[in-house]
Design a protein around this ligand. Structure first.
Ligand SMILES: [Zn+2]
Length: 121
């Protein structure tokens, strides 16, 4: 938890890093390698006062250091002023006790932007 707190602080606030963004909603569906692969569905709501931290933890026991990093997805969307994007990611965890394809997510990210006020010349 302590490490995560530091990560959050290092990431900075959404309003500072991405001043044009008014909100981000990411729906994440977690899958594992099992007979019933669907693990859980969660929705992450990020507002301008949230930390700009988009790395999601892996839900699999024994997976240390793994997870799903959506940072580049979000940054690329904001750069392109894109409102919606969906895709899939595999867990980056490589612990010996777990298989490399033990977990993956499907995500759907929606970003809302502030209305750009007219620039006075
Ligand atoms: Zn994992």
């Amino acid at each position: 938890m302590e490490l995560k707190k530091q990560d959050n602080i290092a990431a900075g606030l959404v309003s500072d890093r991405f001043p044009t963004v008014s909100g981000i909603v990411i729906q994440i569906t977690y899958y594992r390698k099992a007979a019933i692969p669907l693990l859980m569905v969660r929705t992450v709501n990020i507002c301008p006062t949230s930390y700009a931290y988009f790395k999601m933890d892996c839900m699999i026991k024994g997976c240390d250091g793994g997870g799903f990093d959506l940072t580049s997805v979000v940054i690329n969307m904001i750069k392109a002023h894109k409102k919606m994007k969906s895709g899939a990611l595999n867990c980056s965890g490589t612990a010996d006790a777990i298989e490399s394809d033990h977990a993956r997510i499907e995500y759907a990210a929606v970003i809302q932007y502030k209305r750009v006020s007219a620039v006075k010349s």
